[in-house]
Ligand binder design. Structure first.
Ligand SMILES: NC(=O)c1ccc[n+]([C@@H]2O[C@H](COP(=O)([O-])OP(=O)(O)OC[C@H]3O[C@@H](n4cnc5c(N)ncnc54)[C@H](OP(=O)(O)O)[C@@H]3O)[C@@H](O)[C@H]2O)c1
Length: 136
């Protein structure tokens, strides 16, 4: 944390923040044309400011930034039929989560898909896990 590997930080910013931001910028004009869209930023509890520890700083800081991007984008497209939310899949048994994680890939994916399948009057600009709002 106090002597970071900035190559790792740069990579995390590119992957966790700039990738979703560029992707959103590319697709939003098409979504606005159709007056319908869902942007689901796959975030993490590690990016929640209220419970942030010192571990995995590049990951946590960039997921917090992704959460901030979620709020900004949601407000920018409000009224255009586009819902923008951040979701946490929970701790999942993937390459990243490892074998000790309590959740299956299916459970993690379900938490994400909830925000993909939102009805038109669904929430926007929020942070969710398993369809329930979680604290930023
Ligand atoms: N697993 C968890 O417990 C957990 C918890 C909270 C949030 N999440 C989030 O859930 C999402 C999926 O994570 P996961 O657990 O499925 O991780 P994973 O098993 O490690 O898979 C990560 C995926 O991201 C791709 N990737 C990594 N760096 C990339 C880059 N620079 N450019 C393009 N693709 C890149 C990898 O591609 P390659 O296979 O080609 O390397 C891989 O397909 C992530 O956003 C993660 O932060 C996971």
């Amino acid at each position: 944390m106090t002597s970071p590997d900035f190559a790792t930080v740069d990579e995390a910013i590119a992957t966790n923040l700039l990738g979703p931001w560029r992707m959103s910028a590319a697709f939003i004009p098409l979504m606005q044309k159709n007056r319908w869209g869902r942007i689901v930023n796959v975030s993490s509890g590690s990016g929640a400011l209220h419970s942030m520890g010192s571990e995995t700083p590049a990951y946590g800081v960039t997921k917090a930034a992704l959460n901030a991007l979620t709020i900004k984008l949601a407000k920018a497209v409000a009224g255009d039929g586009i819902l923008v939310n951040a979701v946490c899949p929970g701790w999942v048994r993937t390459d990243m989560g490892g074998a000790a994680a309590p959740r299956s890939v299916e459970q993690g994916a379900t938490s994400v898909l909830w925000a993909v399948e939102l009805p038109d009057d669904g929430p926007t600009g929020g942070f969710f896990r398993d369809g329930k709002r979680v604290a930023w």
